[in-house]
Design a binder for this molecule. Structure first.
Ligand code: MG
Length: 427
């Protein structure tokens, strides 16, 4: 048995060693940062996006992006800012969870509140990666794949329009292995309803308030699917979006009739909130059913999984809660053997942020890309140029998100009259 004094001395030495390790090795040389400011910029490209930057006392800043439900996010982010000044930005989940819990009486279950929080969360992960010198995928558990498969969201094919085939040729030329078309029509010539016309002033689009569909409307949808299916090699995946504008009956009929086309998935046949209705559709067909771009947080997806309501989920990583929340939602999906095909309409910066999640999860299927009509801006939006090569994005190993906004190109899409990261020089 050793001398008790020696044992105690050994214990002291261990404590000294531990202190030395914590003070001198790189693992414990954790950056000590404080948040000093949070600023925003607003862009209109494919839809409306709010860009968020979180600044620190050591020069490094993080950049995030939020979309779709982002109208109204800027004032919310300015409220969050009051809580964030002086905080350690590397405690990302701690800050996120506190701001979420803080807002339960103010709409923190979804919509603008969660979307604003999402832009902030992504900026914090970018900041954490830059501060630690690691790509975000490394902070999310590591990389399962090096390249992320995209599917190209195309224009709605107009039957009889010779330009429709030209648009499809463009998708082929870009080398995508999957694409998506829209089949919903707000003002179908074959709807027998006598709804009053409603002409919103731009940029608002008409909406479909009657969710039913006549046989002729269903036939038009099938013709569109057939037109596109015939234009592509059968190995190219084809998805179809119904934009949450139909009822259970219409969706069941369409899902059954498109079965011979072996769709990649049929997206949002119903409004997002009716989980049992989605399950009814899924049980009626072999066509894979997808939903999720209008759901928020793990809480919004829980019933979808518990009721086995869909085959594929489509969280929008720029509005569902952010990168770690998307990872958590994806992990929930995985235990139900549900695949993840995130909705994505944001810039190359936000798309690369999403790619870090897609790289880290096992059950990834394909990531949306929707800038076919904004190709020039897409190719110039970040300093790294076009991040897509033949329908795939190579996940960057640079710290944080790993791409940097090209301010001159991005400002060409600035929302007029809005500040540019609060510099006070809005145009
Ligand atoms: Mg959609």
């Amino acid at each position: 048995m050793s001398n008790p004094d020696e044992a105690l001395a050994g214990g002291r030495n261990l404590r000294n060693l531990s202190a030395a390790v914590q003070n001198s090795t790189t693992v414990y040389q954790r950056p000590k940062l404080k948040i000093t400011d949070v600023r925003t910029a607003e862009i209109k490209a494919h839809g409306y996006q709010v860009h968020v930057r979180v600044y620190t006392d050591q020069g490094v800043f993080g950049h995030g992006e939020a979309t779709d439900a982002a109208h109204g996010a800027v004032p919310l982010i300015n409220v969050f800012k009051q809580f964030l000044i002086g905080q350690d930005p590397l405690n990302v989940d701690f800050l996120f969870e506190n701001l979420r819990a803080f807002g339960v009486f103010a709409g923190a279950q979804g919509g603008q509140y969660v979307t604003a929080l999402t832009g902030l969360e992504i900026a914090l992960w970018d900041l954490a990666g830059k501060a630690l010198g690691l790509p975000i995928y490394q902070l999310l558990g590591g990389k399962m794949r090096d390249r992320i498969r995209l599917y190209c969201d195309t224009a709605t094919p107009t039957l009889g329009d010779p330009a429709a085939r030209e648009g499809l040729q463009k998708v082929k030329d870009l080398g995508f292995t999957a694409l998506k078309i829209d089949v919903d029509e707000q003002h179908s010539p074959w709807s027998w309803d006598t709804l009053r016309p409603l002409d919103w002033a731009p940029p608002l689009s008409p909406v479909k308030v009657n969710l039913s569909a006549s046989n002729a409307e269903i036939d038009r949808m099938i013709k569109k699917v057939a037109l596109v299916r015939e234009a592509f090699d059968p190995r190219i995946d084809l998805a179809v979006d119904m934009h949450a504008q139909y009822d259970v009956s219409a969706a069941k009929r369409l899902a059954a009739e498109v079965e011979p086309f072996k769709l990649f998935f049929l997206e949002e046949p119903l409004p997002a909130e009716n989980v049992q209705g989605l399950r009814d559709i899924r049980e009626s067909t072999k066509t894979p059913i997808a939903t999720g771009e209008n759901l928020y947080l793990r809480h919004g997806f829980r019933e979808i999984f518990e009721k086995h309501a869909v085959d594929i989920i489509q969280p929008d990583i720029q509005k569902c809660g952010g990168l770690l929340e998307a990872r958590k939602i994806s992990d929930m999906a995985h235990i139900y053997y549900v695949s993840v095909s995130p909705h994505c309409v944001v810039s190359p910066l936000g798309t690369m942020a999403s790619c870090h999640v897609c790289a880290a999860i096992p059950n990834f299927l394909a990531l949306e890309w929707h800038w076919l009509r904004n190709l020039q801006l897409w190719r110039n939006f970040v300093k790294e140029g076009d991040i897509i090569d033949k329908g795939y994005v190579a996940v960057t190993d640079r710290p944080g998100i790993g791409v940097e906004m090209n301010e001159e190109a991005a400002r060409s899409a600035q929302v007029p009259g809005t500040p540019w990261f609060n510099s006070g020089d809005g145009k």
